[in-house]
Design a protein around this ligand. Structure first.
Ligand code: ADP
Ligand code: MG
Ligand code: ZN
Length: 480
């Protein structure tokens, strides 16, 4: 709710979210679905729309899409069908897109998210499967355009929400949770910068207390969560201004320019009828059984909320720490593997939340992946726990491990960092320290206890900082 020119408005937002699924091959042909590649090398007659070619559905697409549906509390349609959406654009070689209109795969879902006013249920209208379009590249001079069909036919799901969101924070809470669930499923990497997660924001305003929805615009080209937030705030203001000055808003699709922080009209909004949808004649409808759906449900992973609670319970972590460690699936899996290997969850959590995240930030690594192996971190933790590596030296070894995934024991051995843990050697060196410092020894023996610290220091120096202080103190006392 916000005020503009003496009027109170409520913002109403619904999302259309496109997610590229992580399959090896495209949705209707055997071409690679990998991101990038030399232009037009991941192509064949099917995904370039050659006459006479026929689509064959990739089973994995249905599995991943339905798994996302189950993760978003949807009902799965047991007779899903495909439909043709007709439109003419050079990135769309068939002149139609195979999509779903009449019987989409997933329906009536929801996600509960945390908002300022507590938990809120945001409803999902449907999730349908479709194929991605190619990519147009325009020359800077503006006189030539190129088209790359590598992306044409990459599997997409489109998640359509109900208009349940009321501000940018709710939208971001929804998107964060959605992204995490999809990533936990391994269904997509959800990278906004590579286009594997694309968000269109539908936004309208209505006067406070009004029940019917206002006229909406649809905002495209949002390339980051930050852009989504800025675009929502700018669009609400733009519409408030229009309503206050002209009493109406034009229904249209707009393009967000994040650099300038403003949006431009792209086209007036098409109607469903503009697409002349009809059932796709080249693909049979699917028949999904209860058994297939239940098997899929059983295979769903533990999602963040459950995992976070379990980390608190099983590992004695604080809720905050468990939250950080479950913020990505890579991190959560890495934590559990390492904690099991070294049998020390607390130390594992400390290394991951402290040094690991710090170095990742410094190195500008935004991906979730951790650049060393759980085995190596576990080994490093064991070295410190056994007193073979003190915490300062452990950080040095960690640094090399972070950069090169080098075995910490090898690194410590090569650089001679391992502590002298053999008591006989230590005792021999302590005896040397004592005979080299007869003055302080005499002082200590006649009651000046403060010279003890000096003798500990001398011993440390002789051991090049590699001795366990507790053991040194004990042997020193014995020898004195
Ligand atoms: P269309 O098929 O014309 O794109 P839909 O009914 O599929 O329209 O809605 C598309 C998206 O727009 C959905 O996310 C929906 O929640 C949202 N939406 C629909 N009407 C409004 C509105 N008046 N204000 C804000 N969002 C809306
Ligand atoms: Mg729509
Ligand atoms: Zn192909």
């Amino acid at each position: 709710m916000f005020s503009y020119n003496g009027m109170d408005y409520e913002t109403v937002i619904g999302l259309e979210v496109h997610i590229e699924l992580l399959t090896k091959t495209k949705i209707f042909c055997a071409c690679s679905a990998a991101f990038g590649g030399e232009p037009n090398t991941h192509t064949c007659p099917v995904c370039t729309g050659q006459p006479g070619s026929l689509p064959v559905l990739n089973r994995r697409v249905v599995e991943l899409a339905a798994a996302v549906g189950l993760a978003l509390n949807c009902t799965i349609e047991k007779r899903p069908r495909f439909d043709r959406k007709n439109y003419f654009y050079p990135d769309n070689p068939q002149n139609y897109q195979i999509s779903q209109l009449y019987a989409p795969l997933c329906q009536n879902g929801f996600l509960d998210v945390e908002t300022e006013e507590g938990e809120k249920r945001l409803r999902i209208h449907e999730i349908h499967m479709e194929e991605d379009a190619g990519k147009l590249l325009h020359s800077p001079e503006g006189d030539v355009s190129f088209v790359d069909y590598n992306r044409a036919g990459v599997p997409l799901i489109e998640i359509v929400t109900e208009p349940d969101m009321r501000n940018a924070d709710e939208v971001l809470a929804f998107l964060e949770k959605l992204r995490l669930r999809v990533q936990y499923l391994g269904a997509s990497d959800c990278r906004m910068n590579e286009g594997s997660l694309r968000v269109d924001v539908n936004l309208s305003l209505r006067k406070k207390g009004e029940k019917t929805l206002g006229t909406r615009t649809e905002m495209k080209n949002l390339n980051s969560f930050r852009a989504v937030k800025r675009a929502i705030e700018a669009e609400a203001l733009r519409q408030a201004k229009l309503l206050s000055e002209h009493g109406s808003v034009e229904q249209e699709t707009r393009r967000w320019d994040d650099g300038e922080g403003v949006s431009y009209p792209m086209r007036s909004k098409e109607d469903v009828s503009d697409y002349r949808y009809f059932p796709e004649p080249d693909l049979p409808g699917l028949i999904l059984t209860d058994e297939w759906i239940e098997d899929l449900r059983k295979g769903l992973p533990e999602f963040r909320e459950e995992k976070r609670r379990r980390f608190v319970k099983d590992y004695g972590l604080t809720d905050y720490d468990a939250g950080v460690l479950t913020a990505s699936k890579d991190m959560a899996d890495f934590f559990e593997t390492t904690a099991a290997l070294c049998n020390n969850p607390k130390k594992t959590a400390n290394w991951l939340m402290g040094e690991t995240l710090r170095l990742k930030r410094e190195a500008g690594q935004t991906e979730d992946k951790i650049p060393f192996s759980p085995e190596h971190l576990a080994k490093l933790i064991r070295l410190t726990e056994e007193g073979k590596l003190n915490s300062t030296l452990a950080k040095e070894v960690f640094f090399v491990m972070f950069r090169e995934d080098k075995d910490p024991l090898e690194e410590a051995e090569e650089r001679g960092l391992l502590a002298v843990t053999d008591e006989e050697t230590m005792r021999k060196q302590i005896k040397e320290v004592l005979s080299e410092n007869p003055g302080p020894v005499e002082q200590y023996r006649s009651g000046t206890e403060k010279v003890f610290g000096f003798l500990v220091g001398q011993t440390m120096k002789k051991l090049k900082g590699k001795g366990d202080p507790a053991v040194i103190q004990r042997i020193l006392k014995e020898e004195l």
